[in-house]
Structures are given as structure tokens and as C-alpha cells.
Design a protein around this ligand. Sequence first.
Ligand code: SME
Length: 173
Amino acid sequence: MNPPTTSVKRDRTEAAVLARLKTAISGTPSDHVLENVVKLLRANSDHYDWVGIYLTKGDSLILAAYAGVAETEHVMIPIGQGICGLAAKQGATVVVPDVSKDPRYLMCFPSTRSEIVVPIKARNKVLGEIDIDSDRLSAFTTRDKEILEQAATLLASYLEKRGDRLEAYKVLQ
Ligand code: SME
């Protein structure tokens, strides 16, 4: 039998990360849940340099939680503007492999090279989104898209259960 080790690499498989997310999201809704989710996502990846959750309020996206080395000036983004606004308007994930080549991109950090934005949807409503910046070019794979879309589904259930922000929902046209 192998002896126990203190240097076991943290399990970053999709199932393990989703299990941790489920634990973070379950239980009593609280203002710490979104903060815990962004921290957890960032800590479980080597290329998620800035992770944010925006919530929809009327025609805008409002930054609710983030994990990263710096704050963004984009704490409020009108739906339709930037990559964040595009993903909310379309109700679909947007991946930008090279932000320097996308004129829609709103710059937050000079080090960012690529970005993924995943809407948090419940039926025909966009409740918010997960926005991740990476300092690597073409950082986001199909696997990232899949795991983040599953995380967004968990967050949609959580936000619906929380219920107190229902007025913030954006109905897709
Ligand atoms: N780059 C985003 C703005 C938000 S920052 O990445 C945190 C965009 O183009 O919408």
C-alpha cells in the first residue's frame, strides 16, 4: 500500500471541480456564495487569471464578485457592449482566442490575451454571466466551455432559489 502523501496534486478533473462547485453553491443562499465560486474556479485552473460574475440588472451587467489580482473598471457593462454584453444579448457563450483581434473587446487588464464569457441562463432569461480573462493566447478549450456552462447551470438554479434579485433578470428577445 502506498503511504499517505502531503503533496497529492489537487484533483482538477471536471467531476472534482463540479463537485466542489456544488458544495459551494448548496446550502443557505448568502452573499459569500458568488465570491466562493469565483475563487474556486480561479484556484482550480492554471489559466483563469481573472474570474468574475456579473448579474443582469435591467439593460446592464453589474459586477457581483471577482477573483483576480486587480479590480476592473468595468463594474457596469451595458448589454450589447463588449464581449460581456454580446454574450448576454445572444444568450450564448462567446470565446475570444485573441482579444487584440476583436474590436468588440473592452480592455480591462493589459496582460489579457483571451477571454470566455458564459451566460447564466434560466429558460429564456439571462440572469448574469461568468467572465474569465486569461493571460494566455487561445487559452479556452471545449473542455473549459463545457465545465463553465455546467457551472452556469448550477449558478442559475442558485440565483433562482435566492430569488431576491429576480428584478435583475433580462428576458431574451
Ligand atoms: N473584456 C470584457 C469586459 C470585462 S473585463 O474583462 C473584466 C468585455 O469585453 O466585455
